[in-house]
Design a protein around this ligand. Structure first.
Ligand SMILES: Cc1cc2nc3c(=O)[nH]c(=O)nc-3n(C[C@H](O)[C@H](O)[C@H](O)COP(=O)(O)O)c2cc1C
Length: 211
């Protein structure tokens, strides 16, 4: 089995982490790099990774996350924040900064901004926030796979009340700009206490079609 497939089999939704085991800085840096290097539609990187290691902050967030023990037992709790639609409006400072990196003339900048605006306004992508959130799942998925490759356990956390978690975050970390970002989803990172629970997957023939 390849090292990559070993990592895919190692990963599971870890329900309880060993509170005493912390992820070393270089290991977590690599996990973050996997997120930062992830692809995104139009290269917009519409995410921000809020990394929480403070026990007080984790405890403040846990009740809004269905009181799940992963939140307070993990080593690093990462909130995947997503940029709100205002940043994707034509001519926004964020879009200009984003596209100027690859468009080195005013004509190229204007062309890519126009193409993006057309894309955003097309019938296929009516919900800009949802489109931006989908990008965060690519980055988070890569971070989870990278973690597994490095022997770090994870649990994706979508089990939360959006309003309650937003309020708790605003109170616990007032420096987060919630006018610009909102919570997409979260991932707990750490080291397992218990063995992996049984894995259920449909057979390959059910979920795959070759033509
Ligand atoms: C986006 C997403 C959100 C999830 N949210 C939670 C959660 O809040 N709590 C939890 O215990 N598991 C959560 N899970 C874990 C899934 O239940 C789990 O991945 C699935 O049952 C398959 O099990 P496995 O990951 O162990 O293979 C989430 C998974 C994903 C992909």
């Amino acid at each position: 089995m390849s090292d990559f497939m070993k990592a895919m089999n190692f990963r599971h939704a870890c329900k309880l982490f060993d509170e005493k085991k912390k992820i070393p800085v270089p290991v977590f840096d690599e996990i973050l790099e996997a997120g930062r290097l992830s692809p995104s539609s139009f290269g917009t990187e519409p995410w921000h990774f809020l990394v929480i290691t403070s026990n007080e902050v984790k405890a403040a967030l846990r009740p809004a996350c269905w009181n799940q023990p992963q939140i307070t037992t993990c080593s690093h709790f990462v909130m995947l924040l997503v940029r709100k639609p205002q940043d994707f409006e034509f001519g926004s400072a964020f879009l200009n900064e984003t596209f100027t990196r690859r468009a080195n003339t005013p004509d190229k900048l204007s062309a890519i901004c126009g193409a993006f605006d057309n894309f955003i306004r097309s019938d296929l992508k009516p919900d800009v926030l949802n489109w931006a959130k989908m990008q965060t799942y690519i980055a988070g998925g890569n971070m989870m796979t990278a973690a597994a490759f490095l022997g770090v356990d994870t649990c994706a956390i979508e089990g939360f009340n959006f309003n309650a978690l937003t309020d708790a975050l605003a109170r616990a970390v007032p420096s987060v700009d919630l006018t610009r970002y909102e919570i997409a989803w979260n991932i707990a990172f750490g080291y397992r206490v218990n063995e992996q629970q049984p894995r259920y997957r449909f057979p390959r023939e059910k979920v795959t079609t070759f033509i």
